[in-house]
Design a protein around this ligand. Structure first.
Ligand code: ZN
Length: 130
């Protein structure tokens, strides 16, 4: 596993979680994405009255990062009430841009679990040769 400040990254995910817009689920989520150059891109979940328009925190972090030209990533911290894993759509988004990333699932108390992407998503959908 690569060396980086796990506690610092998780703290940023917990801080991002406080900015979530989650009036429908009451389940705020925060993410902090560590790029290879050391920058951290954070995001919070943003819900919508039309549930299909919701953007999860990990998804939002990748949207921000990729749209700012980041392409290499080291780790992703996801902060939830209970340290829950990302949803399927987020797993696919992570797999697209960071198939070897380290994923930290942190709960409100700061307890965490560290997973490889192979554990998070063993068989992502990928591009197929023509
Ligand atoms: Zn998601």
């Amino acid at each position: 596993m690569p060396e980086f400040n796990r506690r610092g990254l998780m703290q940023q995910a917990l801080q991002a979680r406080r900015k979530a817009y989650a009036p429908y689920s009451l389940y705020p989520v925060g993410s902090a994405l560590l790029a290879a150059n050391g920058d951290v891109i954070s995001s919070a979940s943003v819900e919508n009255a039309c549930i299909a328009a919701d953007i999860c925190a990990p998804h939002g972090a990748f949207l921000k990062a990729v749209s700012e030209s980041y392409r290499e990533f080291v780790a992703l911290a996801i902060a939830t009430l209970n340290g829950d894993p990302p949803c399927g759509i987020c797993r696919q988004v992570i797999a697209e841009f960071a198939p070897d990333i380290v994923v930290l699932l942190v709960n409100e108390a700061g307890e965490f679990e560290e997973l490889s992407m192979a554990a998070v998503m063993a068989t992502p959908f990928g591009p197929h040769p023509a």
